[in-house]
Write a protein that binds this ligand. Structure first.
Ligand code: GLN
Length: 456
């Protein structure tokens, strides 16, 4: 447990250097099979020793010596920020992203850059130019994506915590498949400065961890306004870890029958429903039906927006300043989105797809507003199906896109959402998603914590 480890380091019972050394050993032994880490930080030990010195001076930060793996689309000084693409395979970060700066300032040690779907386009980790990642919790199956390496690194014990980024489910989907916790913060809660984003109006950086405490801790460090990202808000960042101790009683939990319809594997819905009932009875709370009538349009709404925003954000990869020209070096899914985004952006289509998607996005946002007038949080499955076998050759992109039916709505609405394990089906981990109104991360994490202790 992260909390105990942190205490041990702060008390001097475990040095940051030994902590990092242990992880480097696991990476060396397991990574050739799992392929979660693309590049190890060569200076990780030196950085850990530095943290040990500051601990001795009684200047231990909140992360004092914990090892953090970073999704390869977040800039870290002198690390390879490849976005798991040949386009940027030789590109090294020239500065620390806001989140990295904050992690280092609190004594976190960057252990390495994590594998991912190329440019975050995918739900399985299979579109990485550097090979798929295995799922340590269900070997032979995909770990989910696009933050595939971040989740797998946590699940395989290669780091204490990891950073992912979530545009439509990329933190929550792999957290669910790997049986760990993860949070997509509200839009504007975490600075995106230094993130090579897939879609600027939807994406947020967030934590992945083996327990809810770890996610709360990392959230405490990375959240908050930044001068470098105008979309961040001046909103207080409470001590999320401290508030985990508060109980979550007398809550109204929303569950929607619309979720059942969207669930291809009904066993997943049943599991989530059972967990919600157990939560309600153990925490003196009620389950209410929430009506989210446009949620079935989430995927169709999301993709035109992502295609257009991705097309726009990739124009800088023209082969002059950063790596190779993206169209010459990228894989199939990235190319599909670039060409699709280009087509949708053409003047003669103006308004037909992008603006229509924006209009439906508004409807979904209103759906959530109305639901949160009735309930405190919503609970749903994370993915409608279990993770497929690696190399299962999902050739129809629509099937791959369907993985995100439950996660995309939170990005469209800008609310916060997190995942916590809720048992296994056929030996494969199944997660449960909690969604809370924008900027109510404190409530979100508290409810996640309570679910962590719910036995079904
Ligand atoms: N799977 C979704 C997509 O391919 C989400 C990706 C993400 O959240 N980065 O767009």
């Amino acid at each position: 447990m992260i909390k105990d480890k942190l205490l041990k380091i702060k008390k001097g019972e475990l040095s940051a250097a030994d902590n990092v050394r242990n992880f480097l050993r696991v990476i060396k032994a397991e990574n050739p099979e799992i392929n979660a880490i693309l590049n190890v930080n060569e200076n990780a030990l030196r950085d850990a020793e530095e943290v040990d010195r500051s601990i001795k001076r009684k200047k231990a930060g909140k992360l004092a010596g914990l090892a953090v793996a970073v999704k390869a689309n977040i800039s870290a000084l002198d690390m390879q920020v490849s976005c798991a693409s040949q386009t940027l395979e030789n590109y090294y970060g020239t500065f620390d992203a806001d989140v990295i700066r904050r992690i280092k300032a609190e004594g976190g040690v960057i252990i390495g850059m994590a594998n991912m779907d190329e440019f975050a386009c995918g739900s399985s980790g299979e579109s990485s130019a550097f090979g798929a990642t295995d799922n340590p919790a269900a070997p032979g199956r995909i770990p989910g994506g696009s933050s595939s390496g971040s989740a797998a690194a946590v699940a395989a014990g290669m780091c204490d915590l990891a950073l992912g980024a979530d545009t439509g489910g990329s933190i929550r989907n792999p957290a669910s498949h790997c049986g760990i916790a993860g949070v997509k913060p509200s839009y504007g809660r975490v600075s995106r400065f230094g993130l090579v984003d897939l879609s600027m109006s939807l994406e947020q950086i967030g934590p992945l961890s083996s327990d809810v405490f770890g996610s709360a801790l990392l959230m405490e460090v990375i959240c908050g306004r930044s001068n470098y990202d105008a979309t961040t808000f001046e909103h207080p960042v409470p001590s999320y870890t401290a508030s985990l101790a508060k109980r979550s009683t007398n809550l109204k939990i929303g569950l929607s029958s619309d979720f059942e319809k969207l669930c291809a594997d009904k066993r997943i819905y049943e599991k989530v429903k059972a967990a919600a009932s157990a939560f309600a009875s153990q925490n003196n709370s009620k389950i209410l039906n929430a009506n989210l009538k446009y949620i079935h349009l989430a995927i169709q709404t999301y993709y035109p927006l992502v295609y257009v925003e991705f097309f726009s954000s990739t124009r800088k990869f023209d082969g002059r300043k950063y790596g190779k020209k993206i169209e010459d070096a990228c894989g199939e899914e990235v190319l599909r989105r670039i060409l699709g985004g280009k087509e949708i952006s053409r003047a003669e289509h103006a308004g037909k797809y992008y603006r229509k998607a924006l209009a439906v996005r508004k409807l979904i946002e209103r759906d959530f507003d109305a639901a949160f007038k009735k309930v405190d949080v919503l609970v749903s499955p994370v993915t409608p199906m279990l993770p497929h076998k690696i190399g299962g050759h999902i050739s129809d992109p629509k099937i791959m896109y369907a993985y995100d039916a439950f996660t995309i709505p939170a990005n469209l609405a800008g609310i916060c959402a997190g995942v916590v394990g809720c048992g296994r089906i056929d030996g494969i981990p199944v997660g449960l998603q909690v969604m809370a109104p924008a900027f109510k991360e404190e409530l979100l994490l508290r409810v996640m914590k309570a679910f962590e202790g719910t036995n079904v």
